[in-house]
Ligand binder design. Sequence first.
Ligand SMILES: O=C(O)[C@H](O)COP(=O)(O)O
Length: 192
Amino acid sequence: MKKTALKNRYFLMRHGHSVANEKGIIISSPVRGTSEYGLSEKGKKQVLTAAENFRGDAPLFIYASDFLRTAETAALLGEALGIDKIIFTEKLRERFFGEYEGKSNSFYSDIWKRDIVDCHNNDKGVESPVHVARRTESLINELEQRHKNCSLILVSHGDCLQILQTVFQNVPPETHRSLRHLETAEIREMAD
Ligand SMILES: O=C(O)[C@H](O)COP(=O)(O)O
């Protein structure tokens, strides 16, 4: 995807520090993720700071994963930026981590090692890098049809955004961990 060809500015935002981050566990299932494990107190503060520092041109739209931690992030951000309507999309949900659901986040490094050698890695029911790349790219394609000359903030999760960055940078999805990771509540514009 060539940035010069895009009609809009895209800002990727990872949710603020969450209760799952605090506990060091993987929460990727929509059943739990949409109703539990929202932002920690630290995460709420991070989001307000990110909103203060955000510089984007109007018109501005916020798209978010419907997980609780991203919905809370988007709501706080929207309130701070004067945007009352958040548009939720399942395409920004966290990568599904299959049998690792609810387990320690120390397992991420094993999963990422397998990703590097196999872009279709779905060991133990993990959603593959290719699948995440396709669903997120299809969202960008939709947004390019729907908007023109807008700033779009996409509020999502660590792995989902890591893989979406590969789409913008036009590199293979399995190389996602070689790109700079987004910290909690970090907002990063996709640029060359
Ligand atoms: O990349 C990561 O660190 C994991 O996907 C966790 O991300 P999350 O805290 O956004 O769920």
